[in-house]
Write a protein that binds this ligand. Structure first.
Ligand SMILES: *Cc1c(COP(=O)(O)O)cnc(C)c1O
Length: 383
């Protein structure tokens, strides 16, 4: 290993997760793989081919540049749906490339129409309804205006989808709010269909909603975190388990992160270790230096709290997480030496460090931990 650390991607896990999700959603529901934020930190270029091989032909991204990266990574045809930002100057190219995109306000609809007229190619849009998250999307009255524009321009505006996003389906405390959103979605959908607009795909569910509110699956589900082997929340997993006799997790994590010991040191009792005075050696200690730090995505909030695996044993992070390094306690593994494998996320022997352990300690979501993994770290496929 020439680099300071590598991220490993397990192809079997991808296959397992895709097949589990597709089976659960059923034949009538399209599973769109959400690969925004560099595929939740896994790496768009590495993950997209794996998803494609596993049978995914619909991808969701946040912005235009991610869409370009997905297209480049594909071998065959697939639908690419941009759920968020496209700079005005890139709308035409998006239409030209056949990217589908969310129309989240009337201005966007007009820009899409202009682009389509210029190119003489229809824009494939997803009408996003504002149903109560109050983030993006058209209110009932705006949607009415959109319908008029769409009906006036049937050659230019193809309604590929009608969608919304739910504000926190992973937690029961949001139940009422979600119910209201579903009701509003239906009300706006009724209005547009009564006015002759028939969306190809109706969609609203993310990972959590797909499981907790099965009725929200409609024609398509936008699944992110579960593709990578994580439940959106413990609550969602418990809900899924219900009264099942088999309580094992059907998802497998795709990502691992490993490094090597850079050097080892003996520390005398009474010495401080690392920056400042946050760690004082209370006994004679042995420490190992690992070349990962907050610049690679190892959060500073794991200072004096994180753990890694060396020679099949858990070792505590001691002192502050540095920009490029951490120091860990190997007092109980005297044989540990430079070059030894260090597992930061994943399995080593019987032991495992989960992203959730990591995120519980640092009070961050799995989502956040994953997306902070630096794009500079090489991704390596495990077959
Ligand atoms: C990120 C995102 C999703 C996927 O959410 P997960 O919880 O990762 O499944 C779905 N829809 C939209 C609009 C999103 O932004």
């Amino acid at each position: 290993m020439n680099e300071t650390s590598i991220i490993t991607l397990n192809e079997n896990s991808v296959r397992n997760n895709v097949s589990f999700l597709q089976k659960k959603m059923g034949k009538k529901v399209k599973v769109s793989a959400v690969v925004k934020a560099n595929a939740y930190g896994h790496g768009i270029e590495q993950i997209v081919p794996l998803f494609e091989k596993a049978g995914i032909d619909h991808f969701s991204v946040f912005d235009y540049y991610e869409a370009l990266r997905v297209r480049k990574s594909l071998k065959g045809d697939a639908t690419i749906m941009i759920m968020g930002w496209i700079d005005e100057k890139n709308i035409q190219d998006s239409v030209k490339s056949g990217f589908e995109f969310f129309v989240f306000d009337l201005e966007r609809l007009k820009i899409a129409l202009q682009a389509s007229r210029k190119l003489r190619k229809p824009a494939r849009i997803h009408l996003e309804a504002e149903t109560g998250m109050n983030r993006s999307g058209l209110h009932y009255d705006e949607m009415k205006k959109a319908v008029v524009i769409i009906n006036d321009n049937p050659e230019n505006l193809k309604v590929a989808g009608f969608c919304t996003h739910l504000a926190g389906a992973e937690s029961i405390s949001n139940h009422l709010r979600i119910k209201h959103q579903i009701a509003r979605y239906k009300r706006i959908l009724k209005m547009i269909t009564e006015n002759g607009v028939e969306p190809e795909y109706k969609h609203m569910a993310n990972s959590a909603a797909s499981f907790v509110y099965p009725k929200t699956r409609l024609d398509l589900v936008r699944i992110g975190i579960m593709m990578y082997g994580f439940w959106p929340s413990t609550e969602t997993f418990i809900y899924y388990l219900g009264n099942k006799a088999n309580r094992t997790d059907p998802l497998n994590r795709v990502l691992g992160w490993e490094s090597r010991i850079m050097s080892v040191k003996e520390i005398r009792t009474g010495e401080y270790i690392g920056y400042g005075v946050s760690f004082l050696a209370q006994q004679h200690m042995k420490t190992a230096l690992i070349p990962v730090g907050y610049a690679s995505g190892y959060s500073r909030s794991l200072s004096n709290k994180g753990r890694v695996l060396i020679r099949g044993q858990r070792c505590d992070v001691i002192g502050m997480v540095n920009m490029n390094m951490i120091i860990v306690d190997i007092t109980l593994i005297p044989e540990a030496s430079p070059g030894d494998q260090v597992v930061i996320i994943g399995r080593q022997g019987e032991m495992e460090i989960k992203v959730s352990a990591f995120s519980d300690i640092s009070e961050r979501l799995n989502y956040e931990v994953l997306t902070h993994l630096s794009q500079n770290i090489r991704r390596k496929l495990l077959k």
